[in-house]
Design a protein around this ligand. Structure first.
Ligand code: G3P
Length: 217
């Protein structure tokens, strides 16, 4: 499973990438605002993330209109065509922009997908990733895992190339259920990432190994 950090805070991004199991970074305007990064600061943030080992960056457009989305998406991708995936909200205009960008062979993530039909449309416009908001689905009273499982099965049956990227994930246990459903990618906030490798039993075993290793030297 590919794991990303969902953040625009370079200190958090560096810590996550240093773990060795984080592949890349996902951002959105809300995360940029929270981290006090203005739109013009995104190229610098992207450069720093890549220098810290990010292999893929999902950078979101800011515009509400088609032309703006396509223009911004094109210029975000130009920051590093190998690593940048353009993220666009899965609105009617967003699908039209995504179709134009994928026609230019740019990789696109359609984000804030809440229904199976939106996932099908994302596949139709050639999106590489379909970002679903697990926690927010639950906030809206939806059976989030049931819905995401249905999306994954639909994409599998369609032999679709698009991958579901689970976002709005708020607890470390969620990754187990998502992996079991066959999801290939997940993005997590730092406080959830920090808990992933934690196990009191493993910590006890590692401490015993260390004691015994000292005794035999
Ligand atoms: O990537 C989406 C994420 O930033 C939203 O998370 O927990 O605020 O719903 P949350």
């Amino acid at each position: 499973m590919r794991i990303y950090i969902d953040s625009a805070d370079i200190r958090e991004i560096r810590e996550a990438l240093a773990s060795g199991f984080v592949y890349g970074v996902t951002t959105n305007p809300t995360l940029l605002r929270r981290a006090n990064v203005r739109a013009e600061g995104v190229p610098g943030l992207a450069r720093e993330a890549i220098a810290s080992g990010a292999r893929e960056l999902h950078l979101q457009t800011y515009a509400g209109g088609l032309e703006g989305m396509v223009r911004e998406g094109t210029s975000l991708a130009q920051l590093d065509p190998e690593r940048v995936v353009v993220k666009i909200p899965a609105t009617a205009v967003g699908y039209a922009a995504a179709a134009q960008l994928t026609a230019q062979h740019l990789r696109v993530t359609l984000t804030a997908v809440y229904t199976v039909r939106q996932a099908v449309l994302a596949q139709s416009v050639g999106a590489h990733y379909i970002a679903v908001y697990l926690g927010r689905m639950r906030d809206a009273g939806l059976d989030a895992l049931g819905l995401v499982g249905q999306m994954q099965r639909t994409l599998d049956i369609q032999r679709a190339g698009a991958q579901i990227l689970a976002a709005s994930v708020r607890a470390p246990e969620e990754i187990e259920a998502l992996a079991e459903l066959g999801l290939a990618t997940v993005t997590l906030p730092l406080q959830v990432l920090r808990q992933l490798a934690e196990s009191p039993q493993t910590a006890t075993a590692a401490a015993t190994f260390l004691e015994d290793a000292t005794a035999i030297q």
